[in-house]
Design a protein. Structure first.
Length: 101
């Protein structure tokens, strides 16, 4: 059995939520189980991509830009895959248009 532990700094998760326009108030994860089987597959494939294409390749692993991008990918995925308080907030919609008389 292979087990991979993914550690994402809280500051990165918070910044990712803010950048995506999600409510940050009291950000917390509610469960360690993915929201669906499809999202569990997405998580596994995202982690596999980062491992195989970034961390196990010396050139990409040495690039701060590539590593930062991979970290953001995993932060985005974590917020989408695992139940958390940002998933219960409706994303902001377009501004209402002014009514004409």
């Amino acid at each position: 059995m292979d087990v991979v532990n993914v550690h994402l700094p809280w500051a990165l998760l918070a910044q990712t939520a803010v950048t995506a326009g999600l409510a940050l108030y009291a950000l917390r994860f509610l469960d360690a189980r993915p929201v669906s089987a499809a999202m569990a597959c997405y998580w596994r494939r995202s982690v596999e991509h980062v491992l195989s294409s970034v961390l196990r390749e010396p050139v990409t692993a040495a690039s701060p830009l590539v590593v930062a991008s991979a970290r953001r990918l995993l932060a985005d995925a974590a917020l989408a895959v695992f139940p958390n308080t940002t998933l219960t907030v409706d994303p902001p919609g377009p501004a209402p248009s002014p009514r004409r008389r």
